[in-house]
Design a protein around this ligand. Structure first.
Ligand SMILES: [Fe+2]
Ligand SMILES: [Fe+2]
Length: 327
């Protein structure tokens, strides 16, 4: 595990150096590539670790079959990363539109050949030396470097998410809040949801405030990603519709079972679409193994985890939903 984290961090930094070198020479000025601000590229980190695994698995395989497999892996990785950056953060990190045989400007034949050659060089020349070198590096050095870079990446990434999805000029924020409170009006006045004010959910936060908070953050993300905002908000408002103190009473294995209980309760009071049902049923994923079927469900599930973790972290937190907003 330590070797994996160290390798991921090292390849991320080396990949960044390679990209900075290549792009800065082409542009004749310093170019910092990637979504994050720091000197690392997740794409190279994950690519390096993945290729290391395959280099190990494919020992003895002939070079042509290896080239074909590496072409598939590197091109898929490049495509998935490009799509994530584009859909999630509206950023086109590279553009192959001017190259022949490109697809959506995200992948192209010329660069797929480059990546395949690089992967083969990695397999035959770098990986064997790297595996013998890594065994000589002390565990403490690997821990400090590996976890240090990983921590910086996570911090960098959370800043990026915060700025992209949650930070707005005061005026725009007020407008968004107004839209949000208009959307949740039918729910926060419904007796079934008002009853959630009677139970504490996390520490001294009531379940009512928790669902409004999850709905608000999910609303911001859904808007930015052009998802179905109304459905996202409704699903989030109903995702924890149960009425017992989960720390002291209720069914055993509450974490696994309460999505189903909430869904049954929600169906008693509201008519639900397939998507809304999916949001409620899958909000504990990956604790409950069936993955969300819709992006809206994935958003609510991630936001629910984020809000819950945040509730248990020490320190003062800015309360997004204040009583004034709920009146
Ligand atoms: Fe829940
Ligand atoms: Fe929740």
């Amino acid at each position: 595990m330590l070797n994996l984290i160290f390798s991921f961090s090292l390849f991320s930094v080396l990949g960044w150096l390679l990209e900075v070198g290549y792009r800065s020479i082409v542009a004749k000025k310093f170019v910092n590539p990637g979504l994050l601000k720091g000197p690392y590229l997740i794409l190279y980190g994950s690519g390096g670790v993945l290729l290391g695994g395959f280099a190990h698995l494919l020992i003895g395989t002939n070079i042509f079959l290896k080239a074909l497999i590496y072409a598939l892996i590197t091109t898929s990785l490049e495509f998935v990363s490009g799509i994530i950056a584009l859909k999630l953060f509206n950023k086109k990190l590279w553009d192959y539109s001017d190259n022949k045989f490109n697809y959506k400007g995200i992948i192209c034949l010329k660069f797929s050949i480059y990546w395949t050659l690089l992967a083969l060089i990695f397999d035959y020349f770098i990986y064997p030396r790297y595996t013998s070198l890594i065994s000589h590096i002390p565990a403490s050095t690997k821990s400090i470097f590996g976890f240090g870079v990983l921590f910086c990446m996570l911090f960098d990434f959370s800043k990026l998410v915060q700025e992209h999805f949650f930070k707005y000029p005061k005026e725009e924020e007020e407008k968004l809040k107004k839209e949000f409170f208009h959307l949740i009006k039918p729910y926060i006045s419904h007796p079934a949801i008002l009853k959630l004010k009677d139970s504490y959910h996390h520490k001294k936060k009531t379940r009512f405030v928790h669902v409004v908070e999850v709905a608000y953050y999910s609303f911001l993300i859904a808007k930015k990603m052009s998802l179905d905002v109304e459905v996202t908000v409704k699903g989030a408002m109903l995702h924890d519709l149960f009425y017992y103190d989960w720390l002291r009473e209720g069914p055993r294995l509450h974490g696994f079972r309460h999505p189903k209980i909430s869904l049954e309760n929600a169906k008693k009071f509201f008519s639900l679409s397939k998507k809304e049902e999916d949001i409620i049923k899958k909000h504990m994923w990956p604790l409950t193994p069936t993955p969300p079927f819709y992006l809206e469900s994935l958003v609510v599930s991630l936001i629910d985890t984020f809000c819950s973790l945040r509730d248990y972290l020490p320190g003062e937190k800015k309360n997004i939903v204040i009583d004034r907003d709920l009146e």
